[in-house]
Design a protein around this ligand. Structure first.
Ligand code: G6P
Length: 622
């Protein structure tokens, strides 16, 4: 939800801000803007639409300002138009602010500020924050005139006063035209990273906007701010207590976030999966000692073995990984497990008992609902683990222990390689706990062996991308689809439907196949596509029955089946085959053709696959 970037250094800020915003565009892309500062003059350019449009408006003229802030927006308060685009100015025009997050008490503050004579141009909560800083800034300047040199910096003081009055979440970058040599950043609930170069600083919502310039960074924590001047940077709490923070190495490279010859990030990320799953398993499977070592959990593994119950929580695609995890954990480790949407968990009255473990799963590590669920679980005394992709993210830092996916940055808004990474981590954890509790060492070794074969099997599925494209083409005129699976493949059916909805805007429902007859079968009409996951396993015969029920009603069947299953051919209008694998590992394979099907359908419908309408990759609002 929105991306911010700010530059303070010796180079021209404009191209750096534009490039940074492009790298953050996955966080929101309905409008964008930058403010450049030079000799007490703020120059603001804003536009609705994508960053390219903003760049076009800015034109080729080289601007010399070496300080600036930028923003790409995913609208929360107010329509996505130029007026509501950031940066926002206070009423005096001296304070410029870009913001990621939501100010929950903005309405109260706005009413109060209006009573003080302030006028507003936009509908945003951010303009309220800008004016609140402006209010305190004017007060500080007046006091400075009455009692000069009381030692404080009025700009910094005003920011601190305002921040302490804001409820909600924020990542801010703030400029004041009276202080051309100062940039302030602040964080609460939204991510903020300070990249520290040799003679430049880049402040951004995500390391993707920083890594081109430096790999040294400070990860800001909640209620902290940073003041950057030509002398360097100072970190402190928003109530003015100095703190020292350690520089950390940003762990991904520029190549990882570039397209590398693919047409879209999503396609690149789908095709990367053989490699990313190898990275995810690397160094974790110890064949000599017959065990799986998940570094971040080693110290609590005995405790986890005695866990009475797991609660997996997440949003979106990561929630579907939770559902697969529930099957895995109960099947392999015989530990009762529940999967629950983080947004639901946080608002009900969950029962957390002794020796129960909550596991939060998130690609970005910034999803607000998931973060709030973690806080709720902690308040209730739970031990909370994280399975996260983004190193150093809020969830990674908030959880008691955890495992990183190591699948590299995911840029495409529709999650793909993070899902298979999440399922791989859950599989490794369930096998290891299973080996310690329930299954024989031989069986665990067999599953580990089979798991290591998954990347090559994915490779063979990827080779059928063109065949899957032809299936998408043959059904592209259909506006309603069903996705059906059973057992371990039921969550994959949900994920297949979500992928199609997200990027092709085709209505799709995912269901456990047997549930179809309890209602959704009424939807089946001539040529309606029904995607069945009918791989070999204990439920194979049952799902064949479900396929026939659809065919009998004129539906079109797209069947994902196991290689060599010739019997299924006559039940499928379209057949996609995948290599054989034990049932517990099948989700890692069956999801791949569904990712490709959604991708090709979206491209054929002419949609922007990496930036689907109304969505954002990292949802840092409720
Ligand atoms: C958004 C994204 C989804 C993602 C979900 C959870 O809705 O569009 O692709 O699955 O957030 O994100 P997380 O970063 O917590 O995995």
């Amino acid at each position: 939800m929105c991306g911010i970037v700010a530059y303070f250094g010796m180079k021209s800020a404009q191209p750096i801000l534009i490039e940074g915003l492009k790298r953050l565009e996955y966080r929101g892309y309905d409008s964008a803007g930058i403010a450049l500062l030079n000799q007490n003059n703020l120059e603001i350019t804003k536009s609705e639409g994508r960053i390219d449009k903003l760049a076009e408006i800015l034109g080729k003229a080289r601007r010399e300002q070496t300080v600036g802030i930028g923003h790409t927006r995913w609208a929360t308060h107010g329509a996505p138009n130029t007026l509501n685009a950031h940066p926002h100015l206070d009423h005096s025009g001296k304070i410029a602010v870009v913001h990621n997050g939501i100010i929950e008490n903005y309405s109260t503050l706005k009413t109060w500020l209006m009573g003080e004579g302030f006028q507003f141009q936009s509908e945003t909560d951010t303009e309220v924050a800008a004016n609140l800083i402006g209010y305190f800034y004017a007060q500080a300047c007046d006091e400075e005139q009455d009692r000069p040199s009381n030692g404080r910096n009025p700009f910094e003081w005003a920011v601190q006063q305002a921040l302490q009055k804001l409820h909600g979440t924020f990542g801010f970058a703030i400029l004041c035209s009276d202080y051309p040599n100062m940039l302030i950043g602040a964080k609460k609930g939204s991510p903020l990273i300070l990249g520290v170069g040799s003679d430049e600083f880049i402040l951004a919502s995500d390391a993707a906007a920083i890594v081109e310039h430096t790999t040294q960074a400070i990860y800001m924590s909640d209620n902290e701010m940073v003041c950057i001047t030509p002398e360097g940077f100072q970190t402190k709490t928003i109530d003015n207590v100095a703190i020292s923070k350690k520089l950390k190495e940003i762990e991904f490279s520029l190549e990882q976030i570039e397209l590398g010859g693919f047409e879209h990030h999503m396609l690149k990320e789908i095709f990367e999966q053989p490699q990313t799953l190898k990275m995810c398993m690397q160094g974790r499977i110890d064949r000599h000692e017959h065990c799986i070592k998940l570094g971040g959990l080693t110290h609590i593994l005995r405790e986890l073995t005695r866990t009475r119950k797991f609660l997996f929580t997440a949003c979106g695609t990561a929630f579907h990984a939770c559902l697969v995890g529930e099957f895995l954990m109960e099947h392999l480790a015989r530990i009762p497990t529940e999967a629950e949407y983080a947004s639901e968990f946080r608002y009900r009255n969950p029962i957390i008992e002794d020796r129960e473990t909550v596991v939060a799963i998130s690609q970005s590590g910034e999803t607000l609902d998931t973060l709030s669920a973690i806080e709720e679980a902690k308040r209730r005394g739970a031990n909370v683990l994280g399975i996260v992709n983004s190193v150093g993210s809020s969830i990674a830092r908030t959880t008691d222990a955890g495992v990183y996916l190591h699948v590299g940055p995911e840029i495409g808004v529709a999650s793909t390689k993070a899902f298979t990474g999440q399922v791989t981590v859950l599989t490794m954890l369930a096998i290891e706990l299973g080996r310690r509790r329930h299954i024989s060492s031989d069986l665990a070794d067999y599953y580990v062996d089979e798991l290591t074969k998954i990347p090559d099997k994915i490779e063979t599925i990827l080779a059928s991308s063109q065949h899957i494209k032809s299936i998408a083409q043959a059904n592209i005129d259909q506006d309603n689809w069903l996705f059906l699976g059973r057992g371990f493949n039921y969550p994959v059916a949900l994920e297949g439907a979500l992928k199609l909805k997200e990027i092709s805007y085709i209505h799709a429902e995912g269901l456990p196949a047997a549930e179809m007859k309890h209602g959704p079968i009424a939807l089946i009409a001539d040529n309606m596509p029904a995607v069945f996951i009918a791989t070999e396993g204990p439920q194979y015969d049952k799902i064949m029955g479900n396929i026939e029920e659809v065919r009998a009603r004129g539906g079109r069947t797209i069947v994902v089946a196991t290689e060599g299953d010739t019997a299924i051919e006559r039940h499928a209008d379209h057949l996609i085959t995948i290599p054989d694998a034990p049932e517990i590992l099948q989700p890692l394979l069956t999801v791949i053709p569904l990712q490709l099907l959604a991708y090709h359908a979206a491209v054929l419908r002419g949609h922007d696959v990496d930036k689907p309408r109304n969505l954002a990759k990292s949802v840092t609002v409720e």
